[in-house]
Design a protein around this ligand. Structure first.
Ligand code: BEZ
Ligand code: FE
Length: 269
C-alpha cells in the first residue's frame, strides 16, 4: 500500500514509527550520552513552554520542506510560502483606498510603498470576491507586537478587491529583521552558528470562493539576506521589483515606491 493511501491510525503508526527509528539511528550513530539526551529533552520542553515550536520548525527549514510537499510547483498559480509564527487572527478590515498603517513615532524614517496587482484564477479570470490579508514589519524592522511605538495591528489588515480583481494597498517598505532570539530557539541558533536574519518581506493570505487559499510572501531585489534567509523561504518567483517615483505623482512630500504583484489562485478540483 502506498503512503498516500494510508489514513488515520495506519499513517500515524507508519510515519511516527519511521520518525522514532530515525531518532534511534542518530542516537546510535553518534553514541549520544544520557546527559546529552536529557539536555535535548529539556530544550524541547523549553520550546513548548515558550510556544516556539513553529519558530523551531521554521529555522530548521522543516516548514519550507512541508510547504514544498503540500504545494507542488504548479506554474499556473502563484507560489506559496510558509506562514511563520507572526500572523494574528482577526486583523482589521480596511476600506479602499487601503492603507495598512496608522502614523506612529518613527513613521518618517520609512519610505511609502504601494503594492498593487490583480487577483485572478489560474486561467486569468478575475476573482472579485477575493479577500487579501497582509502582515509585515514596519520600516524599523519590528512587528506591532514587538514595537511599543506602533498602534495595535499596525502593518496588518484585510481588504477586498475590485470587480476586475484589482487591489492596491499603501504600506511602508519593510526592512530585514531577525526572528525572535530571546527564547530557546535563540539558544539553538547560537549553538548551531546560524544567523537569525530574514530578508525584508510582506506576508499575504489570499482567499476566494472555489479556490485553494494561498499563503505566500513577497521579497525585494538587492536584499542582503535573499540568498541566506534563516528560514530558507525565498523563492525567485516571489522576488518582485520596486519602482521609484517622485512624491508629486501622488501628492506626497517624499519619493515613494511601487511593487506589482499579480496573484493567481488554483481552482479547487
Ligand atoms: C516571519 O516572517 O514573520 C517569520 C517567519 C519564521 C520565523 C519567524 C518569523
Ligand atoms: Fe515576517
Amino acid at each position: 500500500m502506498s503512503t498516500t493511501t494510508l489514513t488515520g491510525r495506519e499513517r500515524t503508526t507508519q510515519v511516527v514509527g519511521d520518525l522514532i527509528a530515525a531518532i534511534h539511528e542518530v542516537i546510535g550513530r553518534h553514541q549520544v550520552t544520557e546527559e546529552e539526551w536529557m539536555a535535548a529533552l529539556r530544550f524541547l520542553t523549553e520550546v513548548g513552554r515558550a510556544d516556539e515550536f513553529i519558530l523551531l520548525s521554521d529555522v530548521t527549514r522543516t516548514s519550507v520542506l512541508v510547504d514544498a510537499l503540500a504545494h507542488s510547483a504548479d506554474e499556473s498559480a502563484t507560489a506559496s510560502d510558509v506562514e511563520g509564527p507572526l500572523y494574528r487572527d482577526d486583523p482589521p478590515w480596511r476600506e479602499a483606498p487601503v492603507r495598512i498603517y496608522e502614523d506612529f513615532e518613527g513613521v518618517d524614517d520609512g519610505e511609502v510603498l504601494f503594492v498593487r496587482g490583480r487577483v485572478t484564477s489560474a486561467d486569468g479570470a478575475p476573482l472579485p470576491e477575493a479577500t487579501v490579508d497582509i502582515w509585515q514589519t514596519g520600516p524599523n524592522g519590528g512587528y506591532d507586537i514587538w514595537d511599543e511605538r506602533q498602534p495595535d495591528f499596525n502593518f496588518r489588515g484585510r481588504f477586498g478587491v475590485a470587480a476586475d480583481g484589482a487591489y492596491e494597498f499603501q504600506t511602508m517598505l519593510p526592512k530585514p529583521y531577525t526572528v525572535p532570539t530571546n527564547g530557546p530557539v535563540g539558544v539553538y541558533l547560537e549553538a548551531m552558528g546560524q544567523h537569525p536574519w530574514r530578508p525584508a518581506h510582506i506576508h499575504f493570505k489570499v482567499t476566494a470562493p472555489g479556490h485553494a487559499p494561498l499563503i505566500t510572501q513577497v521579497f525585494f531585489p538587492d536584499d542582503p539576506y535573499l540568498d541566506n534567509d534563516t528560514i530558507g523561504a525565498v523563492k525567485e518567483a516571489l522576488v518582485r521589483p520596486l519602482e521609484r517615483h517622485e512624491g508629486s505623482e501622488r501628492g506626497l512630500d517624499e519619493p515613494f515606491s511601487t511593487c506589482d504583484f499579480d496573484i493567481r489562485l488554483r481552482p479547487l478540483a
